[in-house]
Design a protein around this ligand. Structure first.
Ligand code: SAM
Length: 187
């Protein structure tokens, strides 16, 4: 997945405009609960910006200061209020003081099973967890490694309290993509 330096350099070298939001997020926005969104490993915010446009209140977290600088700049240009926090998800208890959200987005970042289970503590009742990215059948290469691929077994620890409300997969010349949408049924 790359360290902080790798990602900072990547974001510094990007063009002056955000990328387009993830298609599966756009296609599935109807599942989202009105209110707040936590965008985990938000990068420079292509999805956060889309969610702001859709009137969600968005918090974006990432360990790359350069990504967050860009997201804040893009947000400012549009007049959006966005909350960003620099957090290393590999640090102990990274979401400790983050609070509760109506939706959590994890796009092209793979949390481990324990981290996914911890998510439950940060979603309101009936809150939506959206996870999307390269899936189990994606061909690994020097950029995308086996450990970056979302596996169906990733969700074993959350199955008791989360209901899978939608699953989609598709393949194109870029690879094999999966999207899981869960609803937090724990009261
Ligand atoms: C492939 S990008 C995805 C960005 C965004 N979610 C999107 O879909 O455009 C992966 C992101 O994960 C962030 N990242 C990688 N390791 C991280 C870590 N340990 N803690 C926080 N963010 C991390 C990177 O800075 C980068 O923004």
């Amino acid at each position: 997945m790359g360290n902080n330096e790798y990602w900072n350099e990547k974001f510094v070298n990007r063009s002056d405009n955000p990328l387009r939001p993830e298609k599966s997020l756009v296609d599935n926005i109807r599942y989202f609960k009105k209110g707040t969104v936590l965008d985990i490993a938000c990068g420079d915010g292509r999805n956060a910006l889309f969610l702001l446009e859709k009137c969600f209140s968005v918090t974006g977290i990432d360990f790359s200061s350069k990504a967050l600088e860009r997201l804040n700049l893009f947000g400012k240009r549009k007049g959006y209020l966005i909350n960003t926090m620099q957090i290393d998800l590999d640090s102990p208890n990274p979401l400790k003081n983050i609070g509760f959200f109506d939706n959590i987005v994890i796009n092209h970042y793979r949390l481990n099973k324990q981290q996914l289970a911890d998510i439950e503590r940060h979603l309101t009742s009936d809150g939506i967890l959206f996870v999307s990215g390269f899936g189990h059948k994606h061909k690994v290469d020097s950029k995308i490694k086996e450990e970056d691929l979302i596996q169906p077994t990733d969700f074993e620890n959350i199955e008791k309290s989360f209901e899978l409300v939608n699953y989609t997969e598709f393949q194109d010349e870029r690879g094999f993509f999966v999207t899981y949408i869960f609803c937090n049924r724990k009261i």
